[in-house]
Design a protein around this ligand. Sequence first.
Ligand code: CP3
Length: 346
Amino acid sequence: MTTDYRFLKACRNEPVDTTPVWLMRQAGRYMPEYNAVRKNVSFLELCHSPELCTEVTLQPIDILGVDAAILFSDILVPIEPMGMKLDFVPAPVFANPIKSQADVDRLRVIEPEADVPYVIETIKMLRKELVSRNVPLIGFAGSPFTLASYMVEGGGSKNYIKLKSMMWNAPEVYRSLMEKVSETVIRYLKAQIAAGAQAVQLFDSWGGVLAPADYLNYVMPYTMRVIQAIKTPGIPIINFVGNSQGIMPLVAQSGGDVIGVDWRIDIAEARRQVGMNKAVQGNLDPIALFAPIPEIDRKVKEIIVAAGDTGLVFNLGHGIVPETPVDHVKALVDSVHRHGESHRVK
Ligand code: CP3
C-alpha cells in the first residue's frame, strides 16, 4: 500500500512536491453534479447508498483535482442506529432528544459492520475507484462533544442552553452520554480504518463554544480517549475543532497528528501554539471564495508562506457553503498547487 501521496506526507510533516489541498464539504450543493444526484433521493437515502456515496465522493476528485477524497456521509449517520430518530429538513433534527438518564440508558453503542454496513461498503468501493486516480481516502466522525450537542439540543443550536445545562446541572447524565458516544465513535473509526480509510478526521465543529476550563474538563478527556483508542501506524489523525483560537494548546494536547485550524487565527501563530512537530490543516475563510480570483490567489500565497516549509494541508477553515462559485473553487485548487510548488523545500 503506497503511503507516498503528498497529502499523507504533509500529514507526517515531510517535504512535498507541492502543498496538498482538499476542502471540508467538498462534495455538496455548490456542485451541479451533486445536485443532479441529490434531486432524485433524500439526503439520508443518499447516505444509505454505497453506489451514490461513491459517485458523489469522486466528483470533487475528478472536477477539482483535490489531493484527497473524503468519504461522503454525515457525522450524524452513526447516531441514528444508537436509537435517535434523525431527519434532515435540510438541517438535521432529532425527534427524540436526550433529556434524562433514562434516555441515555436506552441508547445503543453501535456495531458498525451490522449497523452502518453502507458506510463500510462505500469505503471498500472507493478504495477500488481511487487506485487509478492515485488519491488517498479520508474517513471521518463527529467528535463526542459535537455529536452530543445535536443529540441533546435536538438539532443545531445557537447558545447550547440544553447541553450546557446538562453539563452543569446533571454532570453524571452528561458523562454517561459522552461515554456511550465516545465508544460508538471509537468503534466507527476503527471499522473505517479496517475497511480502508487511509487517514481519519475528527470533526469537533462546536468544541470552541466552551470556555477553556470547560473544554479541558468536559470535552478533552473524551477526544483524547477516542484518539488514543484509534491510533494505527500509518494512519494520520486530523483533529479539527471550530473556533479553537482560544484553546489551541489544549486542542494540540488532546492529540492528533494534524491539527485543523479555522480562519480566526493566523496560521503561523497556530503553528507556534500547536508546536512545529505537528502538521496543521486550514485555514482559508470559506467565504473568501466569494472574493475575486486574484484576491483568493493572494490569500492562498499568504497562508502557504506563513505556514512554514513542511506540514501544511491546505483546506478551508470550515465547510464550503452551497452558494460558492465553482470556478472560484477550481481557481483555489490551482493557486494552492502553484504557490505550493514555488514555495517547496528544494
Ligand atoms: O466533506 C465532505 O464532502 C464529506 C461529507 C460531509 C457532509 N457533512 C455532507 C453533508 C461531512 C464531512 C459532513 C460533516 C458534518 N455534518 C459536520 C461537521 C463539519 C461542519 O460543517 O462543521 C456537521 C456539523 C454536520 C451536520 C450537518 N449536516 C448539518 C448542520 C447539515 C445541514 C446544514 C448544511 O450545511 O447543509 C448537514 C447536511 C449535509 N451534510 C449536507 C451535506 C452535503 C447537505 C445535505 C443536502 O444535500 O441537502
